[in-house]
Design a protein around this ligand. Structure first.
Ligand code: 5GP
Length: 116
């Protein structure tokens, strides 16, 4: 597995700036640089994992805290009433481009299904 720092490692350390919207002990959330919806935020765990696939090896608390963070961010962003989409792109076929596990929150418009 690649261990070199990704862009999200650098956002976490502050080496690269980001428009942060939420932070707690477990997660950091910031706006996507190339938004695909009026609200498009990325939530990353502060403890790095590369892929969703790693969750089966992690303690259940890790996954739980990540998704609790996602839920809190969505609430902070005022998305609960209208709803939103939560996406994890995983690996090549999932179109994952940054090898640091992250959760997309997309909101502010109606989504379509299925995704392309
Ligand atoms: P993926 O395709 O891996 O699921 O999503 C990576 C996301 O990271 C993309 O939506 C892309 O726009 C976003 N992204 C890439 N580089 C940066 C950056 O430097 N800052 C921010 N805020 N988002 C980034």
């Amino acid at each position: 597995m690649a261990e070199e720092a990704t862009i999200f490692d650098k956002i976490l350390t502050g080496e690269i700036p980001a428009d942060k919207v939420y932070e707690d002990d477990d997660v950091l959330a910031f706006r996507d640089i190339n938004p695909q919806a009026p609200v498009h935020v990325l939530v990353i765990p502060k403890r790095r994992a590369e892929r969703f696939a790693e969750l089966k090896h992690s303690d259940t608390g890790f996954a739980g805290r990540l998704f609790q963070g996602v839920s809190r961010v969505a609430t902070e962003l005022g998305l609960d009433d209208d709803g939103y989409r939560v996406v994890v792109n995983n690996g090549r076929n999932g179109q994952q481009t940054v090898e640091y596990l992250h959760v997309h929150i997309l909101g502010g418009r109606g989504m379509t299904w299925p995704p392309g």
